[in-house]
Design a binder for this molecule. Structure first.
Ligand code: HEM
Length: 127
C-alpha cells in the first residue's frame, strides 16, 4: 500500500487509537456523555477512512489526480471539525462546528461517489 491509499489507511489507524483511548477514558471516569463523539471518531475516522484507503489500494487509478487528493483533504478536515463539533453540541457550547463538519463529511462522501464512478471499468471492444 502506498500513496493516497497508505495515507487514508495510516491516518485511520491513528484515529482508531485515539477513539479507543477516548472509550477507555469514558469508562475510567464513568462519564458516557460524549459517547456519540467517540462513536463518530471510530466510525468516520477508522471505518470510513480505512474503507477509502482499501478502495484506493484496490483501484490505484482512482488515487491518481487532483480529485482524490481533494477527497483526502476534505475527509480529514471534516473529521477534525465534526468530532469537536459533536463535543461542543453535547456540551451546549454551539453547533457551528457540528454543522460545518457534517456538511464537509457528506461532501467527502459525494466526492468519493464521483471518484468511484469516474474510475469504473469501462468495457471496450477488446474486452
Ligand atoms: C478500546 C476500544 C473501545 C472502548 C474502550 C470503547 C468504549 C466505549 C464506551 C465506554 C461507550 C459508551 C457506552 C455507553 O454509553 O454505555 C462506547 C460506545 C460506542 N462505541 Fe466504543 N469503545 C471502543 C472502540 C470502539 C470502536 C472501534 C467502535 C467502532 C468502530 C466503537 C463504536 C461505538 C459506538 C457506535 C458506541 C455507541 C455510541 C452511542 O451510544 O452514542 N467503539 N464505546
Amino acid at each position: 500500500m502506498r500513496g493516497l491509499a497508505f495515507w487514508f489507511f495510516f491516518t485511520a489507524i491513528i484515529y482508531v487509537i485515539a477513539g479507543m483511548a477516548f472509550g477507555i477514558h469514558m469508562s475510567v471516569v464513568q462519564d458516557f456523555a460524549l459517547a456519540p463523539a467517540h462513536a463518530h471518531l471510530n466510525l468516520l475516522g477508522w471505518v470510513t477512512m480505512a474503507l477509502f484507503g482499501i478502495y484506493y489500494h484496490l483501484v490505484p487509478k482512482a488515487a491518481q489526480g487532483l480529485l482524490a487528493r481533494i477527497h483526502f483533504v476534505v475527509a480529514t478536515l471534516a473529521l477534525w471539525i465534526f468530532i469537536p463539533g459533536i463535543v461542543f453540541a453535547i456540551r451546549q457550547e454551539g453547533e457551528l462546528f457540528a454543522k460545518v463538519g457534517s456538511l464537509l463529511t457528506i461532501l467527502s462522501m459525494i466526492l468519493f461517489l464521483v471518484i468511484v464512478f469516474l474510475s469504473r471499468d469501462r468495457q471496450d471492444a477488446s474486452a
